[in-house]
Every structure is written in structure tokens, then in C-alpha cells.
Design a protein around this ligand. Structure first.
Ligand code: 6R9
Length: 560
């Protein structure tokens, strides 16, 4: 913590350590952000400029009466203001709460309500489309600060102010001396029980971002780090903003969406040294082929990594070959705030596994016996992943839901809701979410194991496996498959895939049905929405409240 201190009284403020600290250390002229616009614009922002800009935004927020600990929601695409806003909110002592711009008015309203957002920072265009209609029903929302999407805002809607105009007139403000335990950021994760869970993290989480930035990605001031996550996802807050900045690296912010040709161009032209992306991105790049990757082979990349979903060994091998660098899987959750398990750093990696707990992280596998969780030591025994709660970025609360928060912990362990197993060398393998397990006769089938095996078939581009209710055996595995170019959906391929799976997995685990789809339904953070697939498997048109997944809580994986 000493390295990050600087404010009086042991205070720790993420906004200050990510920008002002570098200025104090004489690095004000170094690049903090290289922003690439959708229309080929670019803007380079130095640490000095970021410190000043965020200080001005903090002043504007304080001027709007923001009290420390109040929530400021941010509904923005990857535009330069996103970064000044996040740091400015922290400097003003507020809680940064980013929302997915892809959400519709309903989910946005629900989150503004649940988070009791006092101020919202958004664009004029997003405000008109997604917030204006529910504004009157949001009494907590005192002010909306708008950023003009195309420069100036023609007509300022009632009850809104122009952020850029206010910022231009404001004097930068010093960060308020927040304590390490003061709340800093809030993300809503979806829960199957209905309401989204508001996961809160304190300022001290930045220690985990510093450590993982350095240890997993090897970040130094010489690095150019690119994290492709959407601003609404925790991955953007932790690695798209905090980790590279606290490490003093330059971060790349690309406004555009995933497009392999553009992405290879950015890796090459921006001399990206460390890249953090998702399995979906890698699989999309695989679809575009190795020849395209090879044409960009001359790059500055040192390491690439993925998060959010299981990364199959085939994608790891492809990524390593195509990019010519180690490709790591990393595991973590909104609740853990930062990477907790990773394949690497170093050469000791096992493609297809999530890796091993980082130094300082204690992770065990638990099974419930008569309602009491017990640690399992065996090799390849499936149980729920649990983590000792001392990791600095572990969440400090579930907003307004103490019971729900408490339910995630038992005896000093945090229960993740993920089912995993461990191999003889201590590498942890993802099996599935506890709530996604398929119970088929006496078998517990992890959807990922079935998916991973079929991913090795050349026809399969993406796959989602779910359990379909069955009179006889309770549930049977059913697969939804999107195909690679050159393969034709039909009975012949269906039969071939089923027989392939039987050979690989055995008849018990192989899918009983295969449905071909153009694309798999995904959440905004790229996770396959198994509930939608499950509804489809049962003949329902959609999955109802698709924003939901079960919150972690101990004991869900009981021995039966
Ligand atoms: C950072 C983030 C967390 C859930 C997690 C797990 C899945 C994440 C994974 C992975 C297999 C990996 N997940 N990383 N599954 N291998 N490397 O994704 O946070 O959006 O809260 O999701 O994502 O199921 O429990 P969040």
C-alpha cells in the first residue's frame, strides 16, 4: 500500500493513484490513453491531461452537490470522457457505476433505481433513447450531465446540463482523501433469482489491480495495454481503466466493436504489448482464418489473455500460433474484482484449464455433505470453487442486500457458484456454473466439458450445451451449434457430430439432440445465455428474464 499512498491519513483514492501520482512522479507527459474513434479519429491523452481533466470533472460533480459515497452512473460508449469521468468520480469520493450502453430503457431504469444514482453521466443521444422516458420516475436522480455525441448539444433537454461546458469552466480539484474501505465502484451482475445484484468494491481493490497488472501481464511504464471489454462490464473497470493506469502503462481505447481486420490493425499500429480479450473475440478471429493473422504477425505483442468464459485448448493453441505469443486464460468474477486464477505468468501453463490461483490467493474446491461444505482434496473431483476472503479486491457488499451478501460466505470462504476440478498439478478446470449442471441419470454433466469436446470438431464454430428435462433420466444434454464457413447444417452433419461426441465423451455425456443456429445468444459480456437455450430446448420461444443467473451461495451443489 505504501507505494500507492501519498494522500494524508492513510487515505487511498483510485482516481488519484491512477493519474495524479504519475504526475507527482514526473510522468505527466507520458501517454495514458490512446483513443481510437469509430470514424478513424484519434486522441492521445497524457497522464498530466488525465489528472487535470478528472480533477475538473470531480469539481463539477462536487459543484452538483455530490456527497462522498453517492453513486454516479455512467452510460457511455468508449469515448474519451469515460476515463475522465471514472477518475473524476473517484476523486470526488463518489461511486462509479457503469452501465451497458446496449441495455434498453427498462434495465437502465432498474439499475439507476437500485443503485440510487444521484447523478448520471451519459450522451445526449443515449439519454434521449434510453433514459428520458423514465426520468420522472427516478426521484434519486438529481442531475444528468450530457456529453454531446457529435460535438455541441443542439438543444439541452430539461433537467440536464452540458458536461463539456461545465468542465471547461471548472478548476481542477484535489482528490478527497477516501479511506481504503470507502466504496469506489458498483457493477450489477445478473442473478437468476430476478433482481440484479449490485456488487460493491472499495478503493483498496486497486492493490489487486496493481499486483495483477504487474504479475499477470507484466505491465510497466513501457507497455501499451489493450483491453477490449465493454465499459459496462467489470473487466473494463478493472483492466480497461484501473490496472493499466495504476501501472503507468498507456492504454488503448477503441470505440468500435469487434471486427477482426480492425483489431489486427490496432494490435500492429498501436504497438500493443499486452492484450486482454474474450474467448468470443478469439473464436471470431479463428473464423477469419490464420492467413489474415499471419499478415499482421510483425507486432510488438508480448502476451495475450482472455476472460469471461472458458477458453478451450484449441483456441489457446490457435491464438498462440496466430499471434506468436503466450495466450493465457484468466478466471475471476465481478465479485472478486480482479484476476484470481490464471494460466501463467511464466511458462507453466496448461491450455484448456483456467490456471492456478495467483500468489496470495487461496482457492479450494468444496462439496456439501449434509448441508456443510467440506474441502475436497481429490484429483478430478468436481465441487464448488471457494476463495479465502483476504484478496484486496473481494467485494465489500451487495447493494442494500445484506442477507444476499452474507449468503455468499461461510467460514471465511467466498463461494463462487462455479464448479471446477483440479488436476494432479494443481491446475483448475472449469466444469460449469453450479446452476448450469446437467443431471442425467446418475451423471452430473458439466456443459463445458461437452462443449469443449465438440469444439474440436472442424465444423463447430460455437456451441452451447444445456439440459433438457427427460421423464426417464431427469435431464439429457442438448447442443446448440453454430457452424464454421463451408459446413452445411443438416441431418448428415447432425449424425456425424453426435457420433463424434459419443466417441469422445461416451454415450452418457454426448448430446442427444443437436440444433443448428446462426448465432448463440450472448450477454453483453459475451457469456452464452444458457437459460435462453434451455427455454428453446423446451420449445419455448425465449428465455424470459434473460438478464438473470443464480447468485453464488454455498451448498447449492449438494451430494444427492
Ligand atoms: C470477469 C468476469 C464471472 C463468471 C464466472 C465464470 C465465468 C469468467 C472464466 C469463466 C471459465 C474463465 N468465467 N472467466 N469461466 N473460464 N476463464 O467475467 O466477471 O461477468 O462477473 O462473470 O464468468 O462462470 O463465475 P463476471
Amino acid at each position: 500500500m505504501a507505494e500507492l499512498a501519498g494522500a494524508p491519513d492513510g487515505a487511498l483514492n483510485i482516481g488519484s493513484v491512477c493519474a495524479d501520482r504519475h504526475v507527482r512522479l514526473g510522468r505527466g507527459a507520458a501517454t495514458a490513453i490512446s483513443w481510437l474513434g469509430r470514424r478513424q479519429e484519434r486522441r492521445d491523452i497524457t497522464y498530466g491531461e488525465l489528472a487535470e481533466q478528472s480533477g475538473r470533472i470531480a469539481r463539477v460533480l462536487a459543484g452538483q452537490g455530490l456527497e462522498p459515497g453517492e453513486t454516479v452512473a455512467v452510460l457511455l460508449g468508449r469515448i474519451p470522457e469515460l476515463y475522465g469521468a471514472a477518475l473524476g468520480i473517484w476523486k470526488a469520493g463518489g461511486v462509479y457505476c457503469p452501465l451497458f450502453a446496449a441495455f434498453g430503457p427498462g434495465p437502465i431504469k432498474a439499475r439507476l433505481e437500485l443503485g440510487k444514482a444521484a447523478i448520471l453521466i451519459t450522451s445526449d443521444e443515449l439519454y434521449a433513447r434510453k433514459v428520458a422516458s423514465s426520468r420522472a420516475a427516478l426521484p434519486h436522480l438529481r442531475q444528468v450531465l450530457l456529453v454531446g455525441e457529435d460535438g455541441a448539444i443542439a438543444v439541452l433537454p430539461q433537467g440536464c446540463a452540458d458536461l463539456r461546458a461545465l468542465v471547461a469552466a471548472a478548476q481542477p480539484m484535489e482528490a478527497v482523501p477516501t479511506t481504503p474501505d470507502a466504496p469506489a465502484f458498483l457493477h450489477f451482475t445478473s442473478g437468476t433469482t430476478g433482481t440484479p445484484k449490485g456488487v460493491l468494491h472499495p478503493h483498496r481493490a486497486v492493490l489487486a489491480h496493481l499486483v495483477t497488472g504487474r504479475k499477470v501481464f507484466g505491465l510497466t511504464e513501457a507497455d501499451v495495454f489493450w483491453c477490449t471489454a465493454d465499459p459496462g462490464w467489470v473487466t473494463s473497470t478493472s483492466y480497461g481503466i484501473i490496472a493499466p493506469l495504476v501501472c503507468g502503462a498507456a492504454l488503448v481505447a477503441d470505440e468500435a466493436e469487434l471486427e477482426p481486420r480492425r483489431w489486427y490493425g490496432i494490435l500492429h499500429d498501436e504497438k500493443v504489448t499486452a492484450w486482454y480479450t474474450t474467448p468470443t473475440a478469439i473464436r471470431t478471429m479463428m473464423r477469419y482464418g490464420a492467413a489474415l493473422a499471419r499478415s499482421y504477425r510483425e507486432n510488438s505483442l508480448r502476451v495475450a489473455a482472455s476472460v469471461g468464459e472458458p477458453l478451450n485448448a484449441e483456441a489457446v493453441m490457435w491464438g498462440q500460433k496466430a499471434l506468436g505469443v503466450p495466450f493465457l486464460d484468466t478466471w475471476w468474477q465481478t465479485e472478486t474484482g480482479a484476476i484470481t486464477i490464471a494460466n501463467g505468468p511464466g511458462t507453466d501453463r496448461r491450455p484448456g484449464s483456467m490456471g492456478r490461483p495467483l500468489p496470495g490467493v487461496e482457492a479450494v474446491i468444496m462439496r456439501c455433505e449434509a448441508g456443510t461444505p467440506k474441502q475436497v482434496d481429490g484429483i478430478d473431483v468436481v465441487g464448488e470453487l471457494a476463495i479465502r476472503t483476504c484478496w484486496p479486491s473481494m467485494f465489500s457488499g451487495a447493494l442494500g442486500e445484506e442477507t444476499r451478501y452474507g449468503d455468499c460466505f461461510r467460514d471465511g470462504w467466498y463461494f463462487t457458484g462455479d464448479l471446477v476440478k483440479r488436476d494432479k498439478d494443481g491446475f483448475i478446470w472449469f466444469v460449469g456454473r453450479a446452476d448450469d449442471m446437467i443431471k442425467c441419470g446418475g451423471l452430473q454433466i458439466g456443459p463445458f466439458e461437452v462443449e469443449g469436446s465438440l469444439m474440436d470438431h472442424p465444423a463447430v464454430a460455437e456451441i452451447g450445451v444445456v439440459g433438457k428435462p427427460d421423464m426417464l433420466v431427469r435431464e439429457v444434454p442438448v447442443a446448440f451449434v453454430s457452424l464454421n464457413p463451408g459446413f452445411e447444417a443438416g441431418d448428415a452433419l447432425r449424425a456425424e457430430l453426435i457420433s463424434y461426441a459419443r466417441q469422445e465423451l461416451g454415450a452418457g455425456m454426448a448430446p442427444r439432440e443437436i440444433h443448428f443456429v446462426e448465432e448463440l445468444p450472448k450477454t453483453n459480456s459475451g457469456k452464452i445465455m444458457r437459460r435462453v437455450l434451455k427455454a428453446k430446448a423446451m420449445g419455448e420461444p425465449d428465455g424470459g428474464d434473460i438478464l438473470s443467473t443464480l447468485p453464488p451461495c454455498p451448498g447449492r451443489y449438494d451430494d444427492e
